[in-house]
Design a protein around this ligand. Structure first.
Ligand code: MOS
Length: 695
């Protein structure tokens, strides 16, 4: 148990500290960093899906006036570490996927760099490629662990026996699409290599973590930490794709080192983001649910098939939430991967939980329908009083309260369960719901400094704000930890010259950095009391991943959806999307609401639109731009509401907070599918819900 901080600044609806700068255009993003006469990079990309480069002719490119360098595997510097094959670019002539970077052109302007890139002639020894995922491939394998270290498979009890003894069974296969992170700001950097005194790299990079970014760059180039500074005060979105560095970072650093003293800039084009910035694997989810007539689950099995690239494994932990969400007498979860000639998948908002709550939450709806039971009631009936996986008590679990409050606010009571019977002006109308969950995580290492300067407190921590609100909520936490006025607290983030901080990922940022700030404030008050003098300074750190290892710590929520499907065209609209969440204390209602609503909107996008259409003939995403890769827009949704319940959790951290960045997307797509079923009687089990699947 932790004694929770008294919330004074926490809980207040403060406006974003970076908001005005961002909307007025005075916030400088990585690519816009003002530097003297920058040069511009354009990546060269492989045009075959598998093979080996046999020749590169750069003559025409280099003959262009204004071209400064053409770096390929033939002349690129040898990296100190090639362990990560996604990042070990230009080290060999091998090609592992179409679009893999095979070079970088540097020129006086970005237009010239791009033109010169087109003039580079590359010949290949092309090999047949294999890039189509299916559940019946003979080469599926079990990874050692799934992201970020969970067991690959779990078994409790005898699933087959419990299934056989069940009065009602649902056995279905669900699938989620390959989807690509598309933050507004593409992956972009400015880099400057100063060769004096053994060299120093300054990297302004759009990243979810300046310190992890620096560590990766140092290891790749064999540089000591103090020889690299990563700066990133503002980020235009990331959704996980900027949580780890991708090949563009290596290319820009290589280009900078090839041109000492000259700043170079590289921004991926939107199309390049479909090959270099990571993506969510498609998933195939075989679900088995068996229950008694009264709705009690006897058997729950989820067998997941997904893809990774042949050169680097990323195993999305899709089976993980099914391990703890509901009671079951017997349970099984498995993950199998196919390693294909495809780009490298990575984090995409709520890796694991997001796709992993799709199949199970649609299956729960199918089970409720088969039982003739209300889907909210079915979930309440299978509410576990302890974590079914570990047997640990919950630090707090208020899913039932979220379900009840959501049902109340949405007007669920009295719902006619029959599908396909409500019609208004040619539109079929239905409602659906699903549960959501996200683990409350803290990272292992972060440090904050508190200093008294000119009569106010300055807090420094190398954290990141990818649009989530860290600029605003960290001062609120610091103010309460110092028992100071929030206006007297300045927090500085986004630079490796501030103390080490973990990645803004896994919804763990505010928890981790906030905990370090609370500790630093304690140290500060302990050393200097309540009347500090200018220059007084103290540090505090968190070095353990969890505050409490005796409890299962999760945030919960429930989403409710009204769907309208046009009876003639199959067009889907969502007039209402409502979520209720239990995420501990809410530090700032304004930024929190944006996170929940943003997550739910992304879930709606996953439900209705997002689909990276794979062209297996050539091995690439066919719709690789925002004209054809559709994301949800305002016209797709009417009223979006996020609510939360007051939740007191004394086990998670001194702030009493849980992560909120990812839970909004979790469950939403299932709720949409369930509402579309209720509207039409058609159960779409393969995302996205496009009209051809309904008609
Ligand atoms: Mo989130 S996908 O862990 O940045």
């Amino acid at each position: 148990m932790t004694e929770l901080l008294e919330p004074r600044a926490m809980g207040r609806d403060l406006v974003r500290r970076d908001g005005v700068r961002k909307v007025r255009g005075t916030a400088t993003y990585a690519f816009e960093t003002p530097v003297e006469s920058p040069a511009f990079c354009h990546p060269l990309q492989a045009t075959v899906a598998r093979g080996r480069i046999t020749a590169v002719d750069t003559t025409a490119a280099e003959a262009l006036d204004g071209v400064l360098a053409v770096v390929t595997h033939e002349n690129a510097e040898r990296l100190a570490s090639t362990d990560d094959a996604e990042l070990a670019v230009l080290q060999s002539p091998e090609v592992a996927f179409r679009g893999q970077p095979i070079g970088v052109v540097v020129a006086e302007t970005s237009e010239l760099a791009r033109q010169a890139a087109d003039l580079v002639r590359v010949t290949y020894d092309e090999q047949p490629h294999d890039s189509v995922l299916s559940a019946d491939r003979g080469d599926l394998y079990a990874p050692e662990k799934v992201n970020p270290g969970y067991d690959t498979d779990t078994v409790q009890g005898d699933v087959d026996a419990e299934l056989a003894a069940s009065a009602v069974r649902v056995e279905q296969t669900y699938a989620t699409a390959m989807v690509h992170n598309n933050p507004l700001e593409p992956h972009a950097s400015t880099a400057l290599w100063d060769a004096a005194d053994g060299g120093k790299l300054t990297l302004w990079d759009s990243t979810q973590g300046v310190h992890p970014d620096r560590k990766a760059v140092c290891s790749l180039f064999g540089l000591d930490l103090e020889r690299v500074q990563v700066v990133c005060p503002y980020v235009g979105g990331g959704f996980g794709s900027k949580g780890t560095p991708h090949a563009n970072v290596v290319l820009v650093a290589m280009a900078a080192r090839a041109l000492p003293g000259r700043a170079v800039k590289l921004a991926l084009t939107r199309q390049q983001m479909f090959t270099m910035a990571g993506y969510r694997t498609p998933t195939i989810q075989r679900m088995q649910l068996g229950a008694d007539r009264d709705g009690r689950i006897r058997a729950l099995a989820l067998d997941v098939v997904e893809q990774t690239s042949r050169i680097k494994e990323f195993a999305e932990q899709t089976g993980v939430p099914a391990r703890m969400m509901y009671t079951a007498a017997a349970r099984r979860t498995t993950h199998r991967l196919a390693a294909l000639d495809v780009p490298v998948p990575s984090w995409f908002r709520a890796p694991g939980e997001c796709p992993g709550m799709f199949g199970p939450e649609v299956a729960m709806d199918e089970l409720a329908h088969a039982l003739g039971m209300d889907p909210v009631e079915l979930r309440i009936r299978n509410e576990p009083d302890r974590d079914p996986e570990t047997g640990q008590p919950w630090s707090s679990r208020h899913l039932v309260e979220c379900l009840r409050e959501g049902a109340e606010r949405f007007g669920w009571a009295g719902r006619d369960p029959r599908p396909g019977v409500r019609r208004e002006d040619g539109w079929l109308v239905g409602t659906g719901m699903a549960s959501s969950v996200y683990p409350t995580m803290r990272q292992a290492q972060s440090t904050a400094t508190v200093r008294f300067e000119d009569g106010r407190y300055v807090v420094e921590i190398g954290a990141a704000d990818l649009g989530t609100g860290a600029w605003t909520v960290l001062p609120q936490i610091a103010a309460d930890a110092l028992d100071a006025d929030v206006d007297d607290v300045e927090v500085r983030i986004g630079d490796t010259r501030y103390p080490i901080a973990s990645v803004a990922g896994g919804s763990s940022g505010t928890n981790t950095w906030g905990s370090a700030i609370v500790e630093a404030a304690r140290q500060f008050r302990g050393k200097f009391g309540r009347r500090p003098e200018d220059g007084d300074e103290a540090q505090g750190s968190v070095d353990q991943a969890a505050t409490d290892d005796e409890h299962a710590t999760y945030a919960f929520g429930a989403q409710f959806v009204e769907a309208r499907v046009h009876a003639d065209t199959g067009e889907v609209r969502v007039p209402r999307l409502l979520g209720v969440f239990a995420c501990g204390r809410i530090v700032n209602p304004r930024t929190a609401r944006s996170q929940f609503i943003g997550g739910m909107t992304m879930g709606l996008s996953m439900a209705l639109h997002e689909n990276s259409a794979w062209d297996a003939r050539i091995g690439q995403v066919a719709n690789h731009d925002l004209a054809e890769y559709h994301v949800t827009v305002n016209a797709d949704v009417g009223d979006v509401q996020a609510h939360w319940i007051d939740e007191h959790d004394p086990y998670v951290n001194a702030m009493g907070i849980k992560g909120i960045g990812e839970i909004g997307i979790v469950g939403t797509a299932a709720a949409v599918v369930n509402a579309v079923f209720h509207a039409t009687g058609v159960r779409v089990r393969h995302l996205p819900v496009t009209l051809d699947k309904i008609l």
